[in-house]
Write a protein that binds this ligand. Structure first.
Ligand SMILES: Cc1cc2nc3c(=O)[nH]c(=O)nc-3n(C[C@H](O)[C@H](O)[C@H](O)COP(=O)(O)O)c2cc1C
Length: 508
């Protein structure tokens, strides 16, 4: 009898302790997993502590053998949490391997600049130029992201002085709540700027573009993870609130068509950009694309000459970029990788004598300082990141963005799950992650003898061709001279330049 009483007492104490632990986990604000999965979620942290490689292994298995670089991922978490981001012992990379790329340091490193440089965006037809950070939040819609994720990223952007791209799902109150700078993206669905037939509505557009927080307008042509596909937000995720922001019916699957209806030729596209800029009151206006054919890029350059204006910026998204949902065929097999895409657009603009008025952005697996520097050398003026910013707000790569069951509240509209993400906590992580990444990019540049990004040269990035030999980007790639396409197109470009038609997007 006494033994039974003792057992009951022990059981009750264990239950009380468990209940206490569960309450603590539910209420603490640092760990999203524990807020949604009290006690049980501790298994993840236990695994991390006992055997970090094991946890990494599971994550890498989860992503079908296409990991987000392991070192980069640890860095993002460490920097976001404000944990020291140096590692002991030395590299674990095979630095002899073919295609390994490395930056060239100087024997006379320079001091770092006092303040991070900013990139002025705004060509001759823009009356309200914007000074952009070197690293920003890439487009992710409210709908793909939860309200709390949008809030945390925007607050982080406000704290750190960088920009958040709204993604194509419209401009919501969550984007506006914390005062962070915004790039308002318009996609094929014209969400937030459409009439009842889903066509572009200039009045709606002008009204929204007038928000002081909207610093730039970005027309989305395509996205690296699913170029030429458009997008679908499942009915389950189309809440009343999202429906209102997008101007679509709630509960019904919301489709972004594959193609735009506001224009159908390169000339019409450039005219549309000019119209958006005018309607926005002169804010920098540009487009985002994953490059497909070089001829189409050249057709756009010819169209710029014909119309007599240019976009203020172009964002090149690599086929390695992320998405909330896309068929694997599109993720893996369509579109130009970022390096090629950037080199193509950089050369086309320089060769067509247009580069001076247009700033180039880059996105696609950019998550650390070296990625930023590498992309600047390849032609970019600024960079942005989507998935790394998701990780900064707590994404654990559960890869359930498309199911509305994200366990850490980043990509779900389920209010219970969303609560796991504490905005005040995660916004600081976004700010810290951004600050540290830019800091390391500047540190790298200083070690390369460069005190400003404009001094970066293709000679400063090298690629191994074998264990014994490497070449610089200056040697490996063709770099057109300003206006070269207009004067005397080099042989490798002549056919594409001749075929480029400013009145047709036909690829050849
Ligand atoms: C959850 C999610 C939602 C996205 N939504 C959009 C979008 O609305 N518009 C867009 O242009 N790109 C969207 N993207 C793509 C990113 O803006 C970016 O182009 C790409 O993810 C860059 O790759 P990264 O994730 O490696 O940084 C999305 C990406 C993710 C991960």
């Amino acid at each position: 009898m006494a033994r039974r009483g003792w057992m009951i007492g022990l059981g009750a104490s264990a239950l009380t302790a468990l209940g206490g632990l569960a309450a603590h986990d539910r209420l603490q604000k640092s760990h999203s997993v524990l807020r949604n999965y009290p006690v049980l979620g501790r298994g993840r942290y236990l695994m991390e502590a006992i055997r970090p490689e094991l946890q990494q292994y599971f994550i890498e298995r989860d992503v079908d053998g296409r990991p987000f670089d392991r070192n980069a991922r640890s860095l993002i978490y460490q920097r976001a949490k404000g944990v020291a981001d140096v590692t002991p012992f030395g590299t674990e990379r095979d630095v002899d391997s073919i295609d390994y790329e490395w930056l060239v340091h100087s024997m006379t490193p320079k001091p770092m600049p006092d303040a991070p440089p900013r990139v002025r965006i705004g060509g001759p037809d823009c009356t309200r130029p914007y000074d952009m950070s070197l690293f920003n939040v890439s487009g992710m819609s409210f709908g793909a992201l939860s309200a709390n994720a949008v809030l945390a990223m925007n607050h982080g952007a406000a704290l750190g002085g960088f920009a958040q791209d709204t993604g194509e799902g419209g401009l919501s109150d969550h984007h506006l709540a914390h005062g962070g700078d915004l790039v308002w993206e318009i996609g094929t669905g014209y969400f937030g700027a459409r009439n009842e037939n889903g066509e572009f509505d200039p009045d709606q557009f002008a009204r929204q573009a007038a928000h002081e927080q909207v610093k730039m307008i970005e027309l989305k042509l395509s996205q690296g993870a699913k170029p030429g596909l458009g997008g679908v937000l499942p009915g389950a995720k189309v809440s009343e609130e999202i429906a209102a922001v997008r101007m679509v019916p709630p509960g019904e699957t919301c489709v972004s068509p594959a193609a735009h209806r506001a224009f159908s030729t390169p000339v019409e596209l450039i005219e549309f950009i000019a119209r958006l800029r005018e309607l926005s009151g002169g804010k920098p206006t540009g487009f985002k694309l994953c490059v497909g054919s070089r001829t189409q890029v050249l057709a756009l350059c010819k169209a710029m000459h014909e119309v007599g204006t240019t976009p203020d910026f172009i964002v090149v998204d690599g086929s390695e970029g992320g998405t909330g949902a896309a068929p694997l065929e599109f993720e893996d097999h369509v579109g130009m990788p970022l390096t090629q895409g950037l080199l193509t657009v950089q050369n086309a603009l320089v060769g067509a004598g247009l580069r001076d008025t247009i700033r180039l952005g880059a996105s696609g697996k950019i998550s650390a300082g070296n990625d930023v520097v590498r992309r600047l050398i390849q032609g970019a003026d600024f960079t942005s990141s989507a998935r790394a910013m998701m990780m900064a707000v707590g994404c654990i790569q559960a890869q359930r963005c498309h199911t509305d069951t994200c366990p850490v509240g980043v990509t779900t509209q389920d209010p219970r799950r969303t609560k796991a993400l504490v905005v005040e906590e995660k916004s600081v992580r976004v700010q810290r992650y951004h600050e540290s990444t830019v800091h390391q990019a500047l540190r790298l540049m200083a070690s390369m003898g460069v005190s400003d990004p404009s001094q970066l040269r293709p000679e400063m990035l090298r690629r191994n061709l074998s264990k014994q030999e490497s070449r610089s980007y200056a040697e490996l790639h063709q770099w057109l001279a300003p206006g070269e396409l207009l004067n005397q197109p080099p042989e490798e470009w002549a056919a594409d330049w001749a075929n480029a038609d400013p009145h047709s997007f036909a690829a050849s």
